[in-house]
Design a protein around this ligand. Sequence first.
Ligand code: 13P
Length: 255
Amino acid sequence: MRSSLVVGNWKMNGSRTANAALLAGIRAGCGDAGALAVCAPFPYLAEVAAALDGSPVAWGAQDVSVHAAGAYTGEVSAPMLAEFACRYVLVGHSERRQMHGETDAVVAQKARAARAAGITPIACVGETLAERDAGATCSVVARQTGALIDALGGQMAQVVVAYEPVWAIGTGRTASPAEAQAVHAALRAQLAAAGAGDVPLLYGGSVKAANAAGLFAQPDVDGALVGGASLDAQEFLAIGRAAWAARSATMKVLS
Ligand code: 13P
């Protein structure tokens, strides 16, 4: 049985005061919201870990170095994150691919570095609007995912994959549930052929409480990677509850 997961990507947002209020709200309401995690900026991670200590909500980072240690000014390594019991790290977010020139190979190396330190990478894939318009969605996503499979081999089963169409990120324009499902089904088949058919497949791009249930009703959408809406505790919890309700409904059908 695949598990559901809703992850908040705070991006470069937050302050110590705002984070404390947000995390208190999430803690207070997380009891019926299924598996949740938040990925916060590096300086806040230790405080986020402390604020979530003893709660079921996990936390993660938004990037990681391909290197374990050394002369790499400004970088943060997977072993450093692991020292704080970091559970997840985003790799290959489109903002890093686009603004920091991260290639498929670099993203795959980051995923490998995370796994080597016992951290679960949340590997992001997705096409630009130009690629979608050119009919290249599935080939782009397959190429990005193939690089991960090649680098991780058997460890691919310990990865979370997030499909985030670049044109749906921060735009208010979500992929329709059918559009998301079509890509997720192709991803699922590719992952299954690599022995990783049960990894959680998250959808990301303008997910909110209002559109979450329709996305989670799709058979291959296991959860969400949420940007803007994850900065509001009630909105984030509502997305978590929608994922959990969809998963529980599937479990009832299967049992
Ligand atoms: P939005 O939910 O703000 O569109 O961001 C999606 C995203 O990039 C999550 O990683």
